[in-house]
Structure formats: structure tokens, C-alpha cells
Design a protein around this ligand. Structure first.
Ligand code: NAD
Length: 247
């Protein structure tokens, strides 16, 4: 088991939903957390406040992680503030759902840029620092849609499957060094992303989930905690947290 006290993490897209839950869970376990946000500084500040009130340490840092230069600045800010980096959680993501016939080039490019290229941008900026840690962790928040596909989600599915391939290849390259690289594949989790789905479709989805409910962001956060604290011999894996929807 790795002592998390004093370790430093970046959580991309950490101001709400799954990212905010991950930031809070890590902070509650002694990790200093950089909460990256793209536009909503009020939401990011609220997460920082909640963490501080609970006795943890965090700061909010603006960056569009789909932009390589901004990703580099985010990592530099982290090093300037905390002096090191142990954990990178690539969580930022968007959907632009349309059936393939209706998808525009822009829908395609944006989803690949934000979900997949951001993982390259952040990992390449952070890697030399993470490798200095005795328990480096890279955790990519992929999706069940990257494993099973999703109607109207060719762009998102391609990006999330790309994250899984990236995870396995980088895990192979880094395994000897003690840095682990894993993907978490959530099923349908009750966040704004899923709340945006029309009620009728949401009901159809729940009916297909063996657990008969959406997951909670905290249930993904506990998976991240597990990989960070207990996961020294777990690398290149997909941790499925989906209520049994995909096995
Ligand atoms: P969300 O929309 O609530 O949160 C996504 C976060 O990413 C937001 O804070 C957003 O501002 C941020 N973000 C978007 N583009 C960004 C950019 N360019 N730079 C920095 N931040 C950016 O969604 P969520 O449900 O919390 O999703 C979190 C992650 O989990 C995403 O990668 C998503 O694809 C994945 N996921 C979600 C579900 C689900 O059911 N909710 C299922 C599987 C995977």
C-alpha cells in the first residue's frame, strides 16, 4: 500500500462531476490536488473551498487541456506550487453525439481533440515529473462506450477506445519504472453529461443496467483511490465500474 499523504495530483476537468469527486476523494486521503478547469472558475473555487474546509489542500488552475501549450503551463504551475507531481488523472471530456451521417467534421475533431489529444498533451508534459515519483500514477478516464460502442457516438467511442490503446502501450513502456498507467471505464454515471440525455432514453438505459441504477461520481473516485493507493502491481488495465452493463 502506498502512503498518499503529501503526494501531488492533477485532475483535469476537476470542477464538477466525476473530476470533482476524484479531486475530493484524493484530497480526503492526504493528496494535494490541482483542480484543472476550462471555463467555470466559480465551480472550481467551490471544490477547492470544500476540500480546504475538510482540512485538505488544493488549488484551481485554468487550462484548456486540448491545447498543448496550455497543458504545459498547467504542469509548470503545479511544479511551481507543490514542487513535484505523482498522479495525473486525465478526466476532461466532452460529447457531441449525432449519428454518423449527421456528424460534422467539427463534431469529430473537437471530441478527438478534447478527449484523446488532451491525454497526449498532459501526459507528455507531465511524464518526466511523474517518473521522479516512487509511485507514479497515470489514470485515464475512458468509458464503457470505448469498449462496447454507443449509438450516435462514433467520435466519442473512437476517442475513448484510443485512450485504452494509449493506456496499454504506455503501461508497457513504463512498467519497469514503477509508474502505472490504467484506464477507468465508467458505465452511465449520474453527472451533467448523463443528465443531458432525454428522460425517455435515460429510462431505457437504466432498464438495461443489471444494477438498475446510474453510478455515482464517488464510485468512480473510489476506483481512482484504489489504483493510487493499492495499485502498485496493476498496470495497463481497464477498471470497469458500470453496474454490470458490460463484462
Ligand atoms: P462533465 O461534463 O460533468 O465533466 C467534464 C469536465 O471536463 C467538465 O468540468 C468540463 O469543463 C471539463 N472539460 C471539458 N473540456 C475541457 C478542456 N478542453 N480542458 C479542461 N477541462 C475540460 O462530465 P463527467 O460525467 O463528469 O465526465 C468526466 C469524464 O468521465 C469524461 O471524460 C467523460 O467522458 C467520462 N465518462 C463519463 C461518464 C458518465 O456517464 N458521466 C461515463 C463514462 C465516461
Amino acid at each position: 500500500m502506498v502512503k498518499l499523504n503529501g503526494r501531488v495530483a492533477i485532475v483535469t476537468g476537476g470542477s464538477r462531476g466525476i473530476g470533482a469527486a476524484i479531486a475530493k476523494e484524493l484530497a480526503a486521503n492526504g493528496v494535494k490536488v490541482v483542480i484543472n478547469y476550462n471555463s467555470n472558475n466559480e465551480a472550481a473555487d467551490a471544490v477547492v473551498q470544500e476540500i480546504e474546509q475538510a482540512g485538505g489542500e488544493a488549488f484551481a488552475a485554468q487550462a484548456d487541456v486540448s491545447d498543448a501549450a496550455q497543458a504545459r503551463v498547467l504542469v509548470e504551475e503545479t511544479i511551481n506550487k507543490y514542487g513535484k507531481l505523482d498522479i495525473l488523472v486525465n478526466n476532461a471530456g466532452i460529447t457531441r453525439d449525432r449519428t454518423f451521417r449527421k456528424i460534422t467534421e467539427d463534431d469529430w475533431n473537437q471530441v478527438i481533440q478534447v478527449n484523446l489529444n488532451s491525454v497526449y498533451n498532459m501526459t507528455t508534459a507531465a511524464l518526466s515529473h511523474i517518473q521522479e515519483s516512487d509511485a507514479g500514477r497515470i489514470i485515464n478516464i475512458s468509458s464503457i462506450i470505448g469498449q462496447a460502442g454507443g449509438f450516435g457516438q462514433t467520435n466519442y467511442s473512437a476517442a475513448k477506445a484510443g485512450m485504452i490503446g494509449f493506456t496499454k502501450s504506455l503501461a508497457l513502456e513504463l512498467a519497469k519504472s514503477g509508474t502505472t498507467v490504467n484506464a477507468i471505464c465508467p458505465g452511465f454515471i449520474d453527472t451533467e453529461m448523463v443528465q443531458a440525455i432525454p428522460d425517455e432514453i435515460r429510462a431505457q438505459i437504466v432498464a438495461k443496467i443489471p444494477a438498475r441504477r446510474f453510478g455515482m461520481p464517488e464510485e468512480i473516485a473510489r476506483g481512482v483511490l484504489y489504483l493510487c493507493r493499492d495499485g502498485e502491481y496493476i498496470t495497463g488495465q481497464q477498471l470497469n465500474i458500470n453496474g454490470g452493463l458490460y463484462m
